[in-house]
Design a protein around this ligand. Structure first.
Ligand code: SF4
Length: 76
């Protein structure tokens, strides 16, 4: 299956390893017009334990839920 190239590019533009967020269903990547990207935690909208814009890389997270590939190519 093909990976989503634009999403993969956006993850690269974060400029650092996102940690857990990369595979979390609550992570949303936003790109700016200037070509940078930032990560927003959508779960933070209703879960007070979490920051809306988590400091990366996230190593531990109470709200983490595995579920998406985050644009990362699948590795064998
Ligand atoms: S719930 Fe945690 S791991 Fe998931 S996107 Fe938010 S900060 Fe990242």
């Amino acid at each position: 299956m093909m990976t989503d190239q634009p999403a993969e590019d956006a993850w690269r533009k974060l400029g650092g390893a996102p940690g857990l967020c990369v595979t979390c269903v609550h992570a949303k990547l936003n790109e700016t017009h200037r070509g940078t990207a930032y990560l927003r935690c959508t779960r933070a909208a209703w879960d007070d334990r979490l920051p809306r814009y988590p400091r990366l890389p996230v190593r531990e997270c109470a709200g983490y839920e595995a579920g998406h590939e985050g644009g990362q190519p699948a590795r064998p």
